[in-house]
Design a protein around this ligand. Structure first.
Ligand SMILES: [Mn+2]
Length: 239
């Protein structure tokens, strides 16, 4: 099903309708973007089938503005809209990696007001990767989760092919470690977004990173399914 170029709300309806069928078939989608605004129809589709979800977002931006140039639907407002629409459970949701050039004094406070936990890049640096994983796992608990991975979470030295790069970010290895740390979390859907091929560097390093994160998601989902088939045997995150 095609989107409607230039018409975001009609495009949302089509994306959500297409993805809802995927969820109803018992399939966990890994969505590849593109603009982070696709997360809203992804969440509409997932929540229609599974109910409200815990959000795990790796991103250098919180995407919780009320509006951008006065417009309600775009890649800077998705997670505020998702809370307003009842698609997320804020008390089980966490945003990780915010940094860089804030646009407004209240940019990060807005997330906490919505009920999300939020770890800036500086906070993750202080905690370390392992403790950050613990914090994410504790926050999500047993809830069904939606994992959104914006490639600008990673430093533009490793992932230049994105629309709003923020320097001072994570290495590819740190990002993969965090994703692997989600083992056992009940993932109902996930995405890798904001890959902008025209800005990518020699060797297409951003595409390579995004493809590898997708592979890690596939591996997490395979282990989840295996655990279900073997009667819910406990998954150890260290394996
Ligand atoms: Mn971002």
């Amino acid at each position: 099903m095609s989107v409607v170029p230039g018409y975001i709300e009609e495009s949302y309806e089509r994306i959500a309708a297409g993805l809802e069928e995927v969820h109803r078939a018992g399939v966990v989608p890994i969505v590849l973007g593109g603009d982070h605004s696709v997360a809203l129809p992804e969440l509409r589709a997932a929540a229609a089938v599974h109910g409200p979800l815990a959000l795990v977002q790796f991103d250098s931006h919180a995407d919780t503005w009320d509006a951008y140039f006065g417009k309600k639907y775009n890649h800077g407002t998705v997670f505020r809209r998702a809370v307003e629409e009842g698609l997320l459970v804020p008390e089980h949701s966490i945003q990780v990696g915010m940094r860089g050039s804030l646009y407004d004094q209240g940019d990060l406070e807005a997330s906490r007001e919505l009920g999300f936990d939020l770890l800036t890049t500086d906070a993750v640096r202080k905690l370390g990767i392992e403790e950050t994983i613990d914090r994410v796992r504790e926050r999500v608990g047993e809830a069904k989760a939606y994992v959104s991975f914006d490639v600008d979470f990673v430093d533009p030295g490793f992932a230049p092919g994105t629309g709003t790069p923020e320097v001072g970010g994570f290495t590819s290895l740190e990002a993969l470690g965090l994703v692997r740390g989600l083992s056992g979390i009940d993932i109902a859907g996930c995405d890798i977004v904001e890959v902008y091929p025209h800005y990518d560097g020699p060797g297409q390093v951003t595409a390579l990173l995004a493809a590898t994160v997708a592979f890690e998601f596939l591996s997490l989902l395979a282990r989840l399914r295996e655990a279900v088939q073997t009667g819910g045997a406990a998954l150890s995150r260290s394996e």
